[in-house]
Design a protein around this ligand. Structure first.
Ligand code: GAP
Length: 454
């Protein structure tokens, strides 16, 4: 397995059509990225795999699709307007902005800014004379808490009453629909609500390609349960999330758990799963025990009862919530790094993306050997196979070049249509990973590929 640097990955993504800089023709907009033809397919396949693993396989899990814009009271109740902030300092000399906790952690990895108060952080920065990473001076402002929510306004007149927020997490969409989903699915506890969708954060220090951006997709899954059953479910979902990541082909040695000491305002316990990126281990998923915090707060702020009445004992309680969340963009980035490989062959280096076949943007490529002679038959095959799979069609260049192109796109199978296809209805199918070729009858192809990508 060949390692690839972040810089080389950014270039590969741009060259192949996985990910482009956002608004590129205008010089871009910092830390925004657009998924290209291959990237959009890869990310969608990842979302589909999450749907299957978390929703479809679970009798009592339901997917919803809530709006990004929500009543501003949601964010008062959830605590985001008061507590969803990062500690910000400005360098008085060069005016650049930094997160105080990052300055401390980058300066002294043993310091653990996570466990410090704002005052502790200011004292630490002054005492150690931590230098500004840009100009080298050590002269910072005091800490200001910087709220990460994006504000926008609705209506024609921009006044306080019209402020709305772009949601900073999907979870609240699931919480405010807890009663609706429970009623319409006639659910007992425990049951789960999941959704995939955009979240927005005005991050102070975005970076590392798509790892930390201001707009990103979350795949979130909330399990509502009886208090007392929360700790068992928390352990279950920590494990389940890791198994899911490994089912996508991520090796266990590239994953690690990270238990949180300093908890978000809503959590009793929290554990990340981190992936080994070239810049170090970084969080891709989190499991949180959010207790009854969210539903209690929504009950208090909305006046709607969130109590569950146990049908057997008549006991009344507000359910606890175990959250499993995964960033779709971070997972896509991890999958890109995990898949990359370089192989030395007699005739040069082959770059290959070894995606698990279920995630590969295209499952199969159809290559007519000679354009003029074999394209009609290849088109026929294309029609047939696109009923089942995403199929790439490439009729230009030597077969060797076409194989290389499909390797770096991560296409698991290439089918060559040649005279044998016209004369006796057979094709050659080449495996991306082994480069071995097999002869198959045209009517066998669909089942062959289905079996391999299961
Ligand atoms: N609902 C809980 C929640 O939002 P979080 O740990 O803040 O928890 C969940 O975010 C996931 O969203 C993270 O594990 C990460 O994968 C992804 N994520 C968070 N901030 C991100 C950012 N700025 N850019 C890309 N992905 C991000």
């Amino acid at each position: 397995m060949k390692k690839i640097t972040m810089e080389k990955m950014v270039n590969l993504c741009k060259a192949q059509g996985f990910i482009f800089q956002g608004s590129e023709i205008y010089g871009g907009l910092a830390n925004t990225w657009d998924y290209g033809p291959l990237g959009a397919k890869l990310k969608n396949n990842i979302k589909d795999s999450w749907r299957k693993y978390f929703i479809q396989k679970n009798k009592t899990a339901y997917e919803i699709d809530a709006d990004i814009l929500m009543n501003p009271m949601v964010w008062e109740a959830s605590g985001h307007t008061s507590s969803f902030s990062d500690p910000l300092v400005d360098c008085k000399h060069c005016k650049n902005r930094f997160r105080a906790d990052n300055l401390i952690d980058d300066f002294d990895a043993t310091a653990v800014a996570d466990n410090m108060t704002s005052e502790d952080m200011v004292d630490f920065i002054k005492e150690k004379k931590i230098p500004c990473p840009v100009c080298g001076k050590s002269d910072f402002t005091d800490i200001r808490e910087f709220n990460l929510m994006f504000e926008t306004s609705r209506g024609v007149i921009k006044d306080d009453k019209s402020i709305v927020y772009l949601r900073p997490e999907n979870a609240q969409g699931e919480y405010v629909n807890y009663l609706n989903v429970k009623r319409t699915t006639r659910s007992n506890l425990p049951f789960s609500i999941g959704q995939i969708g955009k979240a927005f954060r005005n991050e102070i220090t975005p970076g590392n390609f798509t790892f930390r951006t201001i707009e990103f997709d979350q795949m979130e899954f909330q399990t509502f349960c009886k208090p007392g059953e929360d700790s068992k479910l928390y352990e279950f979902y920590k494990n389940y999330a890791k198994e899911y990541l490994m089912s996508l082909g991520i090796k266990e040695e590239n994953l690690r758990y990270h238990d949180h000491e300093k908890l978000a305002h809503y959590a009793k316990a929290a554990c990340d799963i981190e992936y080994k990126f070239p810049f170090g281990f970084g969080e891709i998923s989190g499991t949180h025990n959010r207790t009854d915090y969210d539903l209690s707060r929504h009950q208090e702020y909305s006046g709607e009862s969130m109590e569950f009445i146990d049908p057997e004992t008549n006991e009344r309680y507000i359910p606890y919530i175990i959250e499993s969340t995964i960033g779709a963009d971070r997972l896509t980035l991890a999958i890109l790094f995990e898949a990359y490989d370089e192989e030395e062959l007699e005739n040069g280096t082959r770059e290959v993306m070894r995606f698990s076949p279920k995630l590969a943007p295209y499952k199969v490529a159809i290559l007519p050997l000679i354009k003029k002679m074999h394209t009609d038959k290849a088109n026929e095959l294309f029609e047939q196979l696109t009923e089942e799979f995403a199929v790439s069609f490439d009729a230009s260049g030597s077969i060797g070049k076409r194989y290389r192109r499909q390797d770096v796109m991560g296409t698991p199978f290439c089918i060559t249509v040649d005279d044998d296809t016209l004369n006796n209805g057979t094709v050659t199918i080449r495996d991306r990973d082994t480069m071995q070729q097999e002869t198959l009858k045209v009517e066998e192809i669909t089942n062959y590929i289905k079996e391999k990508i299961k």
